[in-house]
Design a protein around this ligand. Structure first.
Ligand SMILES: [Zn+2]
Length: 101
């Protein structure tokens, strides 16, 4: 190995940079949560009425799209989730306060 072999060092850098440029991260675009699609819904009928779900009555439940026959049914469902999550959160607080971990 001869001393001062700067040219090969430069070549290595260029190769590295080129390799990095070639594998430009092309992440497949995951759908964002604010554009729910009826095709992605896990259910086909409204749990309240049994009617077919509507494209304007979708929401997310545990990261999955769920559908309802109209926005009123969806809102009723969202209210129920919030109600239970709030109840669970409030129940958990006293346990922590008691020192139970
Ligand atoms: Zn409904």
């Amino acid at each position: 190995m001869g001393a001062g072999d700067a040219s090969s060092f430069e070549t290595d850098l260029t190769v590295l940079l080129e390799a990095r440029l070639r594998q430009s991260p092309k992440k497949d675009e995951r759908m964002s949560d604010d554009t729910l699609r009826i095709e992605d819904a896990v259910n086909e009928t409204c749990p309240w009425s049994g009617k077919p779900i509507a494209a304007d009555s979708l929401t997310l439940y545990r990261g999955e799209v769920v559908g309802f026959c109209n926005p009123g049914c969806r809102d009723k469902f969202e209210a129920a989730i919030r109600h239970f999550e709030k109840a669970l959160a409030e129940r958990d607080v006293p346990l922590i306060a008691k020192g139970i971990e």
